[in-house]
Design a protein around this ligand. Structure first.
Ligand code: NAD
Length: 373
């Protein structure tokens, strides 16, 4: 990989490699864009096959965080960290504390959080060395499990879609097919059932399906049939890449809106959904509730405030569809445009004030020189 060409192409600001022999730490932090504020993004621990794979992953994920934070209206930039290692075998207190010391050395440009392969306990170790970490345990002022917030935000996004499609945002009037009833899917199904909706569910884990059926009154469907289910809303809450060549022709729904990351196998499938008259709520906007929730920790955690912030996902999704209509583009592209327009606008404000500040300084210089001499 030609690293600087890649950084230039995708707009990354900084990539930092951390190596600590004593603990075996090998980590990469990618800071994509800090126009809006310090870069926040999770620490992923994964047994990458090689360093290039880890680098590609951190570059891709950190860019995604810039877009997510921007559409969410947060004063945060996009960043991500990857730790090369097997989370089942290579975790230790000293490993995460070494990582904490390293990110502390970045002077606040990057704030870490939990991600695939890392846990609240790992964040607590990092917190022993730096306060540039969110998603710590409640005793340290943390916010706990983000999943109920992600599910609550997804519900708000679904309501915005329902309003647009049917002129009513009441989920109780329609049916849902939820793919994956893990952390987020379970809470989403719970909220939908509480609203009186009919909810079909599937999961590769049978115990989770059973729990959703027994506790929430959902109806189980076989895994592969979830795409053919006669439900108005398909909510992917498991894997990425589920909107693809095989699945799109089978969908009977009017709306695709769920929490899973990277739902479109490629962007063209978002366009195909549009052409088929299916509303698609862009994944990184509708699933931003978890990020919004941890971001509140930076100001002193307040649960009510977190829920109020997460409920703005309703208007964010409406704004995205408004841009799609305004510019005649699919919703996935409208989300990108919203993110980019906000960053460009704030960059303009920053440039204006830094120019005024410089002008003032240069205006003052003769006086300062005279005083000093
Ligand atoms: P999870 O692992 O708790 O739940 C995922 C569920 O999907 C599991 O129960 C798993 O068994 C099931 N599953 C896996 N493959 C499946 C398949 N082929 N068909 C049906 N079910 C399958 O994860 P989660 O935290 O609930 O996250 C769900 C999705 O939402 C992920 O894509 C995640 O990246 C995204 N997301 C989560 C959060 C959060 O706060 N947890 C925030 C933003 C985005």
């Amino acid at each position: 990989m030609e690293l600087f060409d890649t950084l230039h192409e995708k707009g990354h600001e900084q990539v930092v490699f951390f190596h600590h022999e004593a603990t075996g730490l090998k980590a990469i932090v990618a800071i994509h864009d800090t126009t809006l504020g310090p870069a926040l993004g999770g620490l992923r621990m994964w047994p990458y096959q090689n360093e290039e794979e880890a680098l590609r992953d951190v570059l891709r994920l950190s860019r995604g965080m810039t877009y997510k934070a921007s559409v969410s209206g947060l004063n945060l930039g996009g960043g991500k960290a990857v730790l090369i290692g097997d989370p089942e075998e290579h975790k230790s207190e000293e490993l995460f504390r070494a990582f904490g010391r390293f990110i502390g050395s970045l002077g606040g440009r990057y704030i870490t959080a939990e991600d695939v392969g890392t846990s609240v306990e790992d964040m607590d170790y990092i917190y022993q060395e730096t306060d540039r970490v969110v998603g710590v345990h409640r005793v340290h002022g943390g916010s706990g499990d983000p999943s109920p917030f992600t599910a609550y935000g997804t519900l708000q996004g679904i309501k915005a879609c329902l309003q647009l499609k049917y002129g009513s945002d009441d989920p109780g009037q329609v049916s849902f097919a939820v793919q994956g009833v893990g952390h987020v899917g379970y809470y989403l199904t719970k909220y939908l059932r509480e609203a009186g909706a009919k909810v079909f569910v599937c999961d590769i884990n049978e115990n989770r399906v059973e729990r959703a059926v027994d506790e929430l009154g959902a109806e189980a469907v076989p895994m592969e049939q979830i795409y053919d289910t006669d439900a108005k809303v398909f909510a992917p809450c498991a894997l990425g890449g589920v909107i693809n060549e095989d699945t799109v022709p089978r969908l009977k729904c009017d709306i695709v809106a769920g929490s899973a990351n990277n739902q479109l196998e490629s962007e063209e499938w978002g366009t195909v959904l549009e052409e088929r008259g299916i509303l698609y709520a862009p994944d990184y906007a509708i699933n931003a509730g978890g990020l919004m929730n941890v971001a509140i920790e930076l100001q002193g955690y307040d649960r009510d405030r977190a829920y109020r912030t997460v409920s703005t996902i309703y208007s964010i999704i409406r704004t995205i569809f408004g841009i799609a209509r305004r510019d005649g583009i699919p919703s996935w592209q409208a989300a990108d445009r919203l993110a980019e327009e906000r960053i460009a606008a704030i960059a303009k404000v920053r440039r204006f004030y830094s120019k005024r500040f410089k002008d003032r300084l240069s205006g003052r210089r003769p006086h300062t020189t005279a005083t000093n001499s």
